[in-house]
Design a protein around this ligand. Structure first.
Ligand code: GRG
Length: 297
């Protein structure tokens, strides 16, 4: 039997999956491969954690989550593009993603590059053209788009990816690892939480607090990802394990060992929950935080 948390999570994921297709591109003459590869990258297999965070933070502040759907779609577009590009031969060169061949394995390298580019652009188009402005002010939408751009770009995910590339083959220290993961992983999670806050009408103090919460769960999420790359089940994960050591990457596990890495996850999870205690009605987020720390996929 599903408990309340699992039912609530399913409601969000189902709502997201049901509504996503309306935001995806239609096939255009002579370029069918583009809509097909874009749809392939974003459909099926993902946990949809970032959209769920957008929807729940919006609900927390205004009681309604449905109006945040274009923003939930936008963040999953950015996330899916980053995965398609990260799998390319010039990056991690991974053949499997979300339980199926990675985008370049299915459509070729050039098409995978373009599918990622198209998803990145589509994210901002979705916010600009699919937001219901009878519900959300243009100022809120622009602010949310700005947060997404900042966290996905030079000062966020792309910056983190550059640190990642430069660290390959070298023994990075834990401080560099924290800086890298704060940008590569936490930044997009922070964008999800903060976009939800902005669309829900939260004040500045709560937007900042959501950013602090995201920093903690983002780091914990990445450490769990590193742990699963060592002791996870490839079938459950939908991708092979062991890619970090194959690519000669320093991770929390390689630097601190499994036990200390797990302790760090537990500490960060507790700190994240401390922050949540300052938000009234945050029981679902508390359960989600615990669920992410214990995940096996
Ligand atoms: C190459 C543009 C570019 C960016 C690369 C996000 C990223 C930066 C690379 C993806 C690979 C990776 C391990 C990133 C760290 C964040 C992370 C753990 C992503 C996986 O997110 P999940 O577990 O994936 O939420 P699903 O498939 O469930 O959506």
């Amino acid at each position: 039997m599903m408990n309340d948390f699992k039912m609530h999570l399913k409601e969000y994921v189902d709502f997201f999956e049901d509504n996503l297709p309306q935001f995806l591109p239609k096939a255009e003459p002579h370029q069918e491969v583009l809509s097909e590869s874009v749809t392939y990258c974003i459909t099926d297999g993902g946990k949809r954690i970032r959209p769920v965070l957008v929807l729940e933070f919006c609900r927390l502040f205004c009681g309604d989550y449905k109006k945040a759907m274009p923003f939930a779609a936008a963040i999953e577009m950015i996330h899916s593009y980053s995965l398609a590009h990260d799998d390319l031969p010039c990056m991690d060169d991974d053949d499997m993603r979300r339980g199926k061949p990675s985008c370049h394995k299915k459509y070729g390298e050039a098409n995978a590059l373009l599918a990622g580019d198209a998803l990145l652009t589509l994210a901002f188009d979705t916010i600009a053209s699919k937001t219901d402005f009878s519900d959300i002010s243009p100022l809120q939408a622009i602010r949310a788009a700005g947060v997404l751009a900042e966290k996905a770009g030079v000062y966020g995910m792309i910056g983190g990816q550059v640190i990642d590339l430069q660290s390959e083959g070298k023994k990075a220290d834990v401080e560099i690892l924290k800086l890298m993961d704060s940008k590569k992983t936490s930044a997009l999670i922070a964008a999800a939480c903060q976009m939800g806050c902005i669309v829900g009408g939260a004040d500045e103090a709560d937007i900042a607090l959501a950013g602090e919460y995201a920093e903690k769960i983002g780091l914990a999420f990445q450490i769990v990802d590193d742990i699963l790359d060592v002791k996870g089940d490839a079938k459950l994960l939908g991708k092979p394990v062991g890619s970090d050591s194959e690519n000669d990457k320093s991770t929390y596990v390689s630097l601190l060992g499994l036990e200390q890495s797990q302790r760090l996850v537990d500490d960060l999870t507790n700190e994240a929950i401390e922050i949540l205690n300052r938000f009234e009605g945050s029981e679902f987020l508390r359960e989600l935080t615990l669920f992410l720390a214990k995940r096996d996929y």
